[in-house]
Design a protein around this ligand. Sequence first.
Ligand code: TRP
Length: 346
Amino acid sequence: MTDQAPAAYDGPQRVLSGVQPSGALHLGNYLGALKKFVDLQSRMDCFLFVADLHAITVWQEPDKLAAQTREIAAAYIASGLDPDRAAIFPQSAVRAHVDLAWIFNCVARLGWLDRMTQVKEKSGKLKERATVGLYTYPVLQAADILVYKATHVPVGEDQKQHLELTRDIAQKFNNDFNAPGFFPLPEPLIEGPGARVMSLRDGQAKMSKSDPSDYSRINLLDDKDTIDQKVRKARTDPEPLPDNLEALKARSEADNLVGVYGAMAGLTKLEVLERFAGQGFGQFKPALSELLVETMAPIGDEMRRLIGDPAELDRNLAKGAERASAIAEPVVDEARRKVGFWRPTI
Ligand code: TRP
């Protein structure tokens, strides 16, 4: 016996993330996820999927699921992801995710899953009626990541716990099957400043697709006039913008709008304040609206074009699935071998 640390993973660095096809995407998804992916695609190998396997952990209308999947793919591409660079694909099109998820279901422990806070929130009060899939959702997520031996996972704060579970599963698999360094221990890339976008009606609540007020969010498919209306009606206060972050922090709605401006313009909040300190929202809102319309309206237009041409979209998705499978299948084959499954001698 030696007390050396187990061999560390030394394979290539890869980025992986997924977005669920359950409801319209908004500015929060754009700044928190899509824009991040776009920034990463030129630096690292990216695998970006539409999480349709995860979506069916709660009921989805079969007639709508494929259209919603295409809509997310269209949002990826319209936001600037290049399907020749990043692999963009529906999760269900790469069967290796499910293969590995079953093996991981037999590695992860009930006690680990019992601690998953997002599953608890999603199953709500009627836990007995929640699907078994919802319970093992974080295990499938671990398989999504490790089937590509991904090292970096851009996600929101709410997914941190799932990344911890992914590392626990990777470590336990490597241990149990005597395969040090086989799976990497992936790291989350958590959203930077300005990327956590709050509701336009309430600076304390996250911008969300489930908020009953459509005025609380800017949807990727909103047209110019709608974007402008929503910015003008956004809740604010009567004070002019301050010249320091301390004073801004106490005003959650103002803080959010300054953060959005900064994230869109590539400026820090302080740089935005340097530009607008002393001005009221009568001046700031039109500037913000102009900036949002400039970036978001063309994305919406391109999404509509792509959704209107499903053949082009499907060609890209099929190509993405093929490239993803070429990486994932050998990893699953190797994992199957380590587990000791039968394979033909001939
Ligand atoms: N659970 C993630 C979410 O709700 C979506 C997701 C599924 C994901 N599989 C993933 C994110 C793998 C990152 C990596 O946002």
